[in-house]
Design a protein around this ligand. Structure first.
Ligand SMILES: [Zn+2]
Length: 355
């Protein structure tokens, strides 16, 4: 059952849907599986930002929007978290978020190369932050499989309570289809850690190989038994033809453990995929809720496609988590919560010795 039912016309089903929606509202049952943990380097948090990225328009906008000063990193990092906590606690639908780390670029010998790394949010910082509010934060550390200690890091993160591993191949410069990463995927499968991979064009970071964002490259991980979550529902992100939709359909048909998150789908450059997906009900059970916080959530996808009252509700809802729920619900896009596929309570995290 998806969180939001498909749009229906008969009254009984509408009433049932409203009942379910209000029950879910009371339960605040959703996990947002795609929230970025942003942090400026403060000397000992292991984070890094290149001067080039610090000067980029998107980064400057985010600093301005959250009233963060790069000259006071400790205060800025705390304020970012305070804003996130305030918005999350005020949400009517979302109870927990997965905080994503961001690993760097590693050379052929498996060592970190800072010159090619734009942004690094360390796994230690992810876990430290989660520990401050374990009731609402879940850990989504990032491991570039190219790093020399990648498999050890999988086990370390699993032991520390990670709920998934995030990667961004375009910026981290690795080919997810590379055979040499097979043992990395086997470790993920063994520890039952989902692999959340960015898909499509990436323009928020600088200097990358866009072809690495092709979801077809995720087959190797799927063949090794890893639960794979493709970010942004496999949208390409350039407002053009959504060339990865057939790949999404094919992977969903072939692999029962293939999912995609709906993060950023309400953004102007990705909403074409949102509009396609509302007409693909067979894929809704594979969609997981996400926002791509701190990015904005727009309601323009709904213009002319929902009643005025519904649109007014979306406009009035300033909470980004709730607006993402309302726009997707209003457009009839079904989705689920990460909690549905984790089932942590029934299936405790596999231990290292388990085969
Ligand atoms: Zn993201």
């Amino acid at each position: 059952m998806t969180y939001s039912e498909q749009r229906v016309t008969n009254d009984a089903r509408l009433a049932e849907r409203a009942k379910r929606a209000s029950r879910d509202t009371v339960q605040k049952s959703l996990i947002d599986c795609h929230v970025h943990l942003a942090a400026l380097p403060d000397g000992d948090n292991g984070c890094y930002i290149s001067p080039k990225l610090l000067r980029s328009p998107l980064f400057r906008f985010l600093l301005w929007k959250h009233d963060l000063s790069p000259t006071e990193p400790r205060e800025a990092n705390q304020r970012y978290l305070d804003h996130l906590l305030t918005e999350l606690r005020a949400s009517q639908h979302v109870s927990q978020v997965v905080l994503l780390g961001m690993d760097g670029f590693y050379d052929q010998t498996g060592l970190l190369n800072r010159q090619h790394t734009d942004f690094l949010v360390s796994n230690d910082y992810v876990f430290k932050t989660v520990q401050t509010h374990p009731d609402v934060f879940l850990a989504g550390p990032s491991i570039n499989p190219q790093r020399e200690d990648a498999i050890d890091e999988v086990h370390r993160c699993a032991d520390a309570g990670a709920v998934l591993i995030k990667v961004l191949p375009n910026a981290q410069h690795f080919n997810p289809a590379g055979q040499k990463y097979k043992s990395f995927y086997r470790a993920l499968a063994q520890r039952k850690l989902p692999f959340l991979s960015h898909v499509g064009y990436e323009f928020s970071l600088i200097g990358k190989d866009q072809s690495l964002g092709d979801p077809d490259r995720l087959r190797l991980a799927l063949d090794e038994g890893v639960t794979v979550i493709a970010a942004h529902a496999c949208s390409y992100g350039l407002m053009l033809h959504e060339k990865f939709l057939p790949t999404f359909q094919e992977l969903a048909r072939r692999y029962s453990h293939f999912y995609a998150d709906i993060s950023a789908l309400t953004q102007p450059h990705r909403l074409k995929m949102l509009l396609h997906l509302r007409h693909c009900p067979e894929l809704h059970s594979r969609l997981l809720f996400g926002t791509d916080y701190p990015l904005s959530v727009f309601h323009m996808a709904a213009w002319g496609r929902v009643g005025l009252g519904t649109l007014w509700n979306m406009i009035r809802t300033r909470n980004r988590f709730d607006r993402q729920v309302e726009v997707c619900n209003g457009l009839g896009l079904g989705f689920r919560s990460l909690g549905d596929i984790l089932q942590l309570s029934q299936h405790p995290r596999a231990t290292r010795d388990e085969s």
